[in-house]
Every structure is written in C-alpha cells, then in structure tokens.
Design a protein around this ligand. Structure first.
Ligand code: SF4
Ligand code: SF4
Length: 101
C-alpha cells in the first residue's frame, strides 16, 4: 500500500510549476483558482511558494492523513513525482519522516 496517504510531505516541500496549458481555463484540468501566475506560460500551485510550503489543494495533516483535493485533475509534476525517489526522501526528511525502504 502507498505511504502517500499518510504522508503528503512532497506537497509541502517544493514549488509546483507547470504549463498554463494544464490549467482548466486553457483546456487543461487544474482549477485556475488554485494556481498563481509565474509568467505568461508558467503557473504554480497556490501555496507552494509560501513559507512554510503547503499546496492549497492538500487537505489533512502531514505525516498522519492527507489527500489531494484535485487528485484526478492534478498537474503533470504531481503525477510524475515518484514515491521512494530521492526527492521523496528529501521531502520526508524535511518533515521528520523516515525515508521509505
Ligand atoms: S513525499 Fe513520498 S511518500 Fe510522501 S506523499 Fe510524496 S511521494 Fe508519497
Ligand atoms: S495538487 Fe495535489 S498532488 Fe499536487 S502538490 Fe497539490 S496536493 Fe500535492
């Protein structure tokens, strides 16, 4: 079973940037209200450049129980992020969670 539903560390560690074409108002899926504009071509998940970092779509408590409020509609960087990768370990370390085996 995936550790992600009791983690969420990556959604509260990194900037999540993607092409505006992934946004709903540009024919994509990500709701525009959850995005902030970076450039004309690039947007970012709201909250992922805040301090502390936390994506506005994330619900629940990091390290306990979490969910992505737009799971079906999330952007490509969210889809491509790999559980158990180096970046995953880094995110979990930031939140004092042990690396996955
Ligand atoms: S940091 Fe790793 S284990 Fe935690 S939610 Fe992200 S991919 Fe899943
Ligand atoms: S959109 Fe969902 S998967 Fe992507 S960073 Fe936000 S909460 Fe995590």
């Amino acid at each position: 079973m995936s550790a992600c539903t009791t983690c969420g560390a990556c959604c509260a560690s990194f900037r999540v940037d993607f092409s505006v074409e992934e946004r709903e108002d540009h024919g994509g899926t990500v709701p525009e209200g959850l995005c902030v504009e970076v450039t004309e071509r690039i947007c970012r998940m709201r909250g992922t450049d805040h301090q502390p970092v936390r994506c506005a779509a994330l619900t629940g408590k990091i390290g306990t129980q979490v969910a992505c409020g737009i799971y079906e509609w999330r952007s490509s960087p969210c889809r491509e992020f790999e559980e158990g990768s180096q970046a995953c370990h880094k995110a979990r370390m930031r939140h004092n969670l042990p690396a996955l085996n």
